[in-house]
Structures are given as C-alpha cells and as structure tokens.
Design a binder for this molecule. Structure first.
Ligand code: GLY
Length: 267
C-alpha cells in the first residue's frame, strides 16, 4: 500500500479491521485452539473487508475480472493447500484449507478449484460480489496508463505499482507449539487473465515449518516465486541457524532488492 494515498479515514478503517482480525485469531489461540483455525479466522476477516486486496476487495485483472489466489500451510506435518484463479469462492483461504484437509493434493486452480470448493460446502458467490468502486477506478486508471505508455514518445511515468498489490496474510503459533501460515490475494491490478502469483505457491508466498517459522509474503509475486522467498527465510533459519529477523531481512532487503523485486514478509 502506498501510504501517501491514505486518508485518515482509510487508516482508521485499516487499523480497525486489522485489530478485529488479530483479536479473532487471538481469541482462538487463547482458548487453546489451533494455529490453523486462528489463521483461517483472521484471514477471513480481511477477505471480507473491502479495503484489503483479498476476497471482497480484490483488485481487477486487465480484463476487468477478479481472480483470487490463496494458500495455507500447517507447520506440524508440512501439510498445505492452495487455490489459484478462483472467481466465485467467497473465502479462498477456506478453500485452500479444504484442499489441504479434504484432498490428497496441494493446489487446485480455476474451475477445478471452484468445483472442489462447492463440493465441500463452501460459500460460493456471483463474481459481481467482488466488485468495489475503488478497485474499479484503479483498473480504469491502470488501463489508461497502459494506453498512454503504448503511444510513441510517451513520457516515462513513475510506476506506482505499490498501489496495486496488498495481499493479506497471517501467521500463528498455538499453545501446542504448532505454527500455521496463510496468504490470500486478488493478485496485482492489471494482471493477465490466468496469471497466478506467489500467494498460492507453497514455498514462494507461504511456508510453515514447526522447526523454523511461519511465513506469509506480500509483494510482486513473480519475484517471490523466482526466489522461493517464504521457503528461503525458513531454510536460512534451518541450515544457517539465522534468526527469523536476520533471515527475513537478508531475503527481502538483499536477495529481492538485488533482483528488482519489492514486497515484505510476516513471520
Ligand atoms: N503477491 C501477490 C501477487 O503477486 O499476486
């Protein structure tokens, strides 16, 4: 998110929803519930809030559609589930969890993911559910920028792509010592039809291992996939004995920056 574009009202809304999300997860953990339940509950609140780029507030593709990606991972047994490119699943994080728990697979995409979610009793919505005016204005602006860029002798515009992604994620550690991580997103404004980002790719956008950490990423997905960012943070902790702070700093501030990628991780 580009903080310059924030009004005080925006900021208040973001903070209030983040607090609601944190409290939902915290209540589950405090009651002895699992890290997985906490991650799901906290993420659903952000997916249902229109200001986050996930679920209801998802950004539009270049074809002015909403295609959502999500994943979840259980650090106890290294189990994981994910969905990519879904257009009718209200809460993609729930679908990701269903993939992990109700199938022998890790990742379903598009219609296969939607059928799986529907067969598993998840709430399905008309694609129009994901329309929000703010994201609509964003895609119209983006489309105009692309048109202007395509003109000969177009002036170089600064690329404000920070406006265009803002994935949500959650990491939790429960009283039994189990770690879970989850990530959910609408991807990037103006992404091509069918493009899948890092969020549903285990090891890129999400990773959890009880022996190291839970990691959930936000940023320019292609870079996070190429550099297996979530797994790299965990691997540095495991193999090089780095602290989570050290590992995350190296991956985000050195590896990603050198490659030209932008974003961040929570862990
Ligand atoms: N990190 C979200 C995406 O690139 O789709």
């Amino acid at each position: 998110i580009d903080r310059d574009s924030f009004t005080p009202e925006h900021e208040r809304l973001y903070h209030a929803t983040l607090e609601q999300s944190l409290r939902a997860g915290h209540a589950i953990l405090k009651g002895g519930g699992s890290a997985l339940d906490a991650v799901e509950a906290a993420t659903v609140i952000m997916e249902d809030a229109p200001m986050f780029n996930a679920g209801k507030g998802a950004v539009f593709t270049a074809e002015a559609k909403n295609e959502l990606d999500a994943s979840i991972m259980d650090g106890r047994a290294l189990q994981a589930g994910a969905v990519g490119g879904v257009t009718t699943v209200k809460n993609p994080i729930r679908a990701a969890r269903a993939v992990m728990e109700q199938s022998p697979h890790v990742l379903f995409t598009n219609r296969g993911a939607e059928k799986f979610a529907s067969d598993n009793g998840l709430e399905m919505v008309d694609p129009k559910y994901f329309f929000t005016e703010r994201r609509w204005i964003q895609i119209q602006t983006w489309l105009k920028q692309q048109e202007a860029k395509a003109k000969p002798h177009a002036a170089a515009e600064p690329d404000r792509h920070a406006d265009y992604f803002s994935t949500v994620g959650c990491v939790a550690l429960d009283t039994k010592g189990n770690i879970a991580a989850g990530t959910s997103t609408g991807g990037m404004t103006g992404k091509r039809f069918g493009r899948i980002g890092d969020s549903p790719i285990i090891g890129a956008g999400t990773y959890a291992d009880n022996r190291t950490a839970g990691i959930s990423c936000t940023g320019h997905g292609e870079f996070f996939i190429r550099h297996a960012v979530a797994f790299d943070v965990s691997a540095r902790m495991k193999y090089a004995n780095e602290s989570i702070k050290q590992a995350a700093k190296t991956v985000v501030q050195e590896t990603l920056k050198k490659a030209g990628g932008r974003g961040g991780v929570i862990g």
